[in-house]
Design a protein around this ligand. Structure first.
Ligand code: UDP
Length: 327
């Protein structure tokens, strides 16, 4: 299939582009390069444009006539979304609506959407199932939840078939070393822990007094290649006639911040300095996915289930690319 990947130059998008090629599909990319990297495209064709510009996305769809779309493009910083919500509703919600309008106009009826476990808000039970109430705790989470709602309504009204993939904590890097995580600013735990091994300032651990076994927050870290494989399966299942539904993408196990630090120390063989700081506003103590629905619907299972291997893949990328894609 020819598949248009919106935001295909970003972290999860670029890994998905690579997996699509490996599976024999033809990915083409739409990206505004506000956060993505041209070096991450791996030779895929790209249309440089912005979802704020409905004309650009229509032109791109008319040019390539893809059979399906995978939509990654979004602003992703939860903290920033609290202080700059307009940016999040504009980029994530309005941008998506512009995309869906263009899809309907151009007759594209299948879409895989990057959603997030942030749509659930503070968990009322764990592990989180897809039935958990949606009560986002940030504008970022709301901006994604609104898109999920639009897609549900558009399925009914226009037969636009969609799957919303609710990611837990994406981590790791392409095992072949071509792709990795390169955010500016970097806010994610694993790269920041590894920067500590490279001599950066001590890691700030946000909160040591949570009601968890070691007092630090737990998260469900899922390797970016497992996420990418799930996208390939999702778009293939839509093509087979599956109607689509929201799916959790996590490993189904949780690790604390201290466990991540310990894993990184084993992987790097270096001590990682850290200081315990106050809690970061908006952080929930624990997050872990029930991923059985994704396993059933996609015939997919995470293959990177070992935290050290996930951290190790990130470490190899950081050693070969200390300045990210600039190297
Ligand atoms: N975290 C931390 N120090 C940092 C960055 C993150 O202690 O410099 C913690 C954060 O509080 C959370 C976990 O690491 O419990 C994962 O945070 P991240 O920002 O990677 O992902 P999030 O869960 O917020 O999407």
């Amino acid at each position: 299939m020819r598949i248009l990947v919106i935001g295909g130059a970003g972290y999860i998008g670029s890994h998905t582009v690579k997996e699509l090629r490996r599976a024999g599909h033809e990915p083409v990319v739409f990206d505004n390069f506000s956060a993505g990297h041209p070096q991450a495209l791996g030779g895929s064709e790209v249309f440089v444009g912005d979802l704020a510009d409905p004309g650009a996305i229509r032109q791109c769809l008319e040019h390539w006539q893809p059979e399906a779309v995978i939509h990654f493009a979004a602003s992703i910083f939860v903290g920033e979304s609290v202080t700059a919500p307009t940016k999040y509703y504009r980029n994530n919600t309005v941008g998506s609506l512009n995309l869906f309008d263009a899809l309907l106009e151009c007759g594209v009826k299948r879409i895989v959407f990057s959603s997030t476990c942030a749509v659930y808000g503070e968990p009322r039970f764990l592990p989180l199932t897809e039935e958990h109430p949606l009560a986002p705790a940030s504008p970022y989470g709301h901006s994604k939840r609104f898109v999920e709602q639009m897609l549900a309504d558009f399925r009914t009204a226009y037969d636009l078939r969609s799957v919303c993939l609710r990611y837990f904590n994406a981590a790791g890097a392409d095992p072949e070393g071509e792709l990795g995580e390169d955010h500016d600013p970097e806010t994610h735990l694993i790269p920041l822990v590894l920067r500590g091994a490279l001599g950066a300032e001590p890691l700030r651990v946000f909160g040591g007094d949570y009601e968890t076994p070691d007092g630090t927050c737990t998260r469900d870290y899922i390797h970016v290649q497992d996420l990418a494989r799930a996208h390939v399966r999702a778009v293939e299942r839509l093509a087979e006639g599956w109607a689509g539904e929201p799916l959790n993408l996590g490993c189904g196990r949780e690790y604390s911040v201290r466990q991540v630090i310990a894993a990184a120390e084993r992987v790097t063989g270096r001590a990682i300095p850290y200081e315990v700081h106050p809690r970061r506003p908006g952080d929930v103590p624990r997050l872990v996915a029930d991923n059985r629905r994704a396993e059933d619907a996609l015939g997919w299972q995470p293959q990177w289930t070992d935290l050290e291997e996930i951290v190790g893949s990130c470490w190899r990328w950081m050693q070969s690319h200390p300045q990210g894609y600039a190297d």
